[in-house]
Design a protein around this ligand. Structure first.
Ligand code: ATP
Ligand code: MG
Length: 764
């Protein structure tokens, strides 16, 4: 008789492959190896769509399922909150309720904020510290530059802000700055200003984004006992999109990983697109050096895209010189070649994209399967206009985000001030919003006095309101405002925070201010305020809500319904869609003007990686487009197709002609007949003539305007009424204010009010 317990007998007699858990089943051998190599450092270095994120999720589930660690002992860093939610969801699907939250799964910033709240006192903060957004940050810098008498025109707050970010991304505190860093701003004062800025933050009990990780580093370095705590806590560390970590994040990971040594990073050097924010692709390249004995696993099979899409992307990226080089293959159908279209202008491009989406949905596709990925957010408006006009459902991911709108920031400032009286930035923001008769001079007076007494502005205001320092109307108004604040603070004890928010917005006169506002945006702002109160209600406390707000990156938003996604290429990282549009592939748009002006080859290569990221988001179809004319910041410019179009291998990409120019890129010599009047002047049979025609169009400035207007309006009498929406070649969209025969006065959305000739505009 065997003495082996029954359970072990069963497992011992079962063939190995039958004992394999379900979640390991569909993985290929390399993926599986990456999942099962739980101990020691592991790097998965592989191209787009090869299942890196899937490996990470499965690995997390595997660690939990095999009892190697409990949910709170695993640190998983993903790129966006959305990715974190997705990961949680997927792990939950594998192991069910055992997930129990996974408290340490999130973005670098959210995890660093959690850690910092626990040990804030070690860097002289209180655990209730506020996280400043870029707007607050700029306001603070401005104050400091003003107080220090620095010429803001010559030394702009924005410039200093980007220097600050740069230092913080490298984990450099003021005392760590070198001699040469000093001279990067205000004639050698950079270091002092940085130190002043940090002091101000401390007084405000606040952090900027860069501080979150930097303070973590300081805490870990100065307090070995705290670091040891996290060494014991984090038995496994998992990192997605490792190619985009900056120096500070890298140091943070390295410190934390010293505990268990079980660090698994996945990434793709070809998708490193955050160099401009301090990401160091070298981090991934030196992994083996930093973590000796690391297991490096390469995945080569792409499961996402068709062969043509993969071929086009792989062909394009070979133009980059600094890369490791990888093999990628797929068993997928070749599918259709990547489509390249040339259009007349942005509007035509938006029409084209919307038409394609409509035929996709007519054929049974979902809106949610489509994504429009742009290089810069200004490109979105044309698409939004078109989608709204057609009633095509869409969502903007990472546009001007909800939480950045003025009315939302104002409302937050009220809430912040109620919660934390020392929040001077909030105080300044709302002290006279809505207008209470407390003018700039009074505010400056309070600010200066508060600064020299090193006390919060609210407190100083309270002191001054009782003296003759402030007189008349301002004094009365200030008194009322301070009493309001006290009352709201009392009410905060007894009321739900969303109800309190509503009450404050009403009692402060803020809602009324927008109700009385006659501008076209006012109604939208009131809607946003309602939406704000609603979204606050989803959190248990005001603190939880504010924490959420300061951490949702602009790449995040809630998912909902069947909608086309409109977002920047940066925001699209890690995502996939059956149908992807890549508009605006023009020199100066993509690659961007900035990358062409500054940064040389390195910048251009980063742009090319961004193009690679864009194409590889597509599963079934990718459509690239460019225009001949582009309105950039209110000015018409004639533009050239992107060099990236030339770099697409002709085997995998083709130009089609029904909507636009057909002669794009190498191997795209064939041209069909132009289909409308515009193109009749560009019926040249080759790429070169297309470009030549473009530049001559640019020279014919007024001619083009007249030409276009006459062509469109030929035969139609130009009769306009007040309120009509029109489009002008040079000034863009606008509303007719006054029509006097051929003379129109139009309020243009961007260019302001102008007098124009009726035949130069078209109806929209
Ligand atoms: P990116 O570099 O864009 O972040 P990735 O390497 O993280 O891509 P995933 O997003 O994990 O790739 O996977 C791409 C797609 O391939 C997903 O739809 C995923 O479900 C699928 N996939 C990955 N591995 C397999 C597999 N072994 N069998 C079937 N499908 C797979
Ligand atoms: Mg991924």
């Amino acid at each position: 008789m065997s003495s082996i317990p029954l359970s072990q007998q069963a497992s011992a007699s079962a063939p190995a492959d039958l004992r394999q858990p379900r979640y390991l089943e569909g993985l290929n051998p390399e993926q599986r190896a990456a999942v099962e190599a739980t101990e020691g450092p592991v790097l998965v270095l592989a191209g787009a769509g090869t299942g890196k994120t899937r490996v990470l999720t499965t690995r997390l589930a595997h660690i939990l399922a095999t009892g190697r660690a409990r949910p709170f002992e695993i640190l998983s860093v993903t790129f966006t909150n959305k990715a974190a939610r997705e990961m949680k969801h997927r792990v939950g699907q594998i192991i069910g309720e055992a997930v129990e939250g996974l408290p340490w799964l999130g973005t670098f910033h959210s995890i660093a904020a959690q850690i910092l709240r626990r040990h804030a006192e070690l860097v002289d903060l209180k655990s209730s510290f506020t996280i400043l957004d870029t707007d607050d940050q700029l306001r603070l810098i401005k104050q400091i530059l003003q107080a220090e008498g620095i010429d803001e025109k010559r030394w702009t707050p924005r410039h200093f802000g980007s220097l600050l970010d740069g230092w913080k991304n490298r984990g450099l505190t003021p005392d760590m700055l070198g001699e040469e860093d000093k001279w990067t701003f205000a004639d050698g004062r950079a270091k002092d200003l940085y130190a002043l800025y940090q002091q101000r933050l401390q007084v405000l009990n606040a952090c900027d984004f860069g501080d979150l990780l930097m303070h973590n580093l300081t805490i870990f370095k100065n307090n070995p006992d705290v670091l040891a705590l996290y060494h014991r806590r984090f038995r496994y560390l998992l990192v997605d999109e490792y190619q985009d970590t900056n120096v500070c994040q890298y140091l943070w990971l390295r410190l934390l990983a010293r505990g268990s040594g079980n660090l698994c990073c996945v990434g793709d050097d070809d998708q490193s697109i955050y160099g401009w924010r301090g990401a160091e692709v070298d981090n991934i390249l030196r992994f083996e050096k930093d973590f000796p004995g690391a297991t490096v696993i390469r995945l080569e099979r792409n499961y996402r895209s068709t062969a043509h899409i993969l071929g086009a992307a792989s062909g394009l990226i070979t133009a980059n010189r600094s890369r490791l080089g990888k093999t990628l293959w797929t068993e997928d159908d070749p599918g259709e070649k990547v489509q390249v279209r040339g259009l007349w202008d942005g509007e035509a491009e938006a029409r084209f994209v919307a038409d394609e989406i409509e035929s996709w949905t007519r054929a049974g596709g979902e809106h949610a399967g489509c994504a429009v990925l742009v290089r810069a957010s200004w490109q979105m408006r044309a698409f939004e206009d078109r989608f709204i006009m057609l009633g095509l459902p869409y969502k903007v991911i990472g546009g001007p985000r909800f939480f950045e709108r003025a009315e939302i920031r104002d409302a937050h400032a009220y809430m912040r001030l109620v919660r934390a009286p020392e929040d001077d930035l909030a105080f300044e923001r709302i002290i006279n919003t809505p207008k209470r008769g407390i003018g700039e001079t009074t505010v400056q007076k309070i600010a200066a006095a508060a600064r020299s007494a090193r006390m919060p502005m609210t407190e100083m205001a309270r002191a001054m309101a009782g003296t003759d320092e402030i007189r008349g109307k301002a004094r009365t108004a200030l008194g009322v405002f301070l009493r309001d604040l006290d009352r709201w603070r009392d009410q905060a004890e007894a009321m739900r925070h969303d109800e309190l928010a509503e009450l404050i917005l009403d009692e402060s006169g803020y809602t009324a201010m927008w109700r009385e506002d006659k501008s076209p945006q006012a109604a939208g702002r009131l809607d946003n305020l309602k939406e704000l109160v609603r979204s606050m209600g989803q959190f248990d406390t005001l603190e939880a809500y504010l924490e959420h707000v300061s951490l949702v990156s602009d790449l995040d938003r809630e998912e909902s319904g069947d909608e086309v996604s409109l977002m920047t290429l940066h925001a699209a990282k890690g995502l996939e869609f059956p149908l992807v549009f890549l508009p605006g592939w023009e020199e100066t748009v993509f690659p961007s003007q900035r990358s062409l002006d500054e940064g040389g080859t390195a910048s251009l290569e980063e742009e090319r990686r961004l193009a690679y990221v864009g194409i590889t988001r597509a599963r079934e179809r990718a459509m690239i487009s460019f225009t001949a004319n582009r309105m950039i910041f209110g000015r018409w410019q004639s533009v050239l197709p992107s060099r990236f179009i030339d770099e697409l291998p002709a085997d995998h990409a083709e130009a089609k002609s029904e909507t636009g120019y057909s002669n794009a890129g190498p191997g795209f010599e064939g041209v069909s007949e132009p289909t409308d009047a515009f193109r009749s002047s560009y019926d040249s049979p080759g790429w070169k003539r297309f470009k030549a025609a473009q530049s001559s169009a640019a020279r014919r400035d007024p001619g083009v305007i007249e030409g276009k207007a006459t062509l469109i309006d030929s035969g139609k009498p130009s009769r306009w009424n007040r309120g009509d929406r029109v489009f002008h070649m040079k000034f863009g969209y606008g509303t007719v204010k006054l029509a006097d025969g051929e003379k129109l006065t139009v309020a243009f959305d961007k260019a302001g009010e102008k007098k124009v000739v009726a035949s130069f505009v078209e109806g929209v």
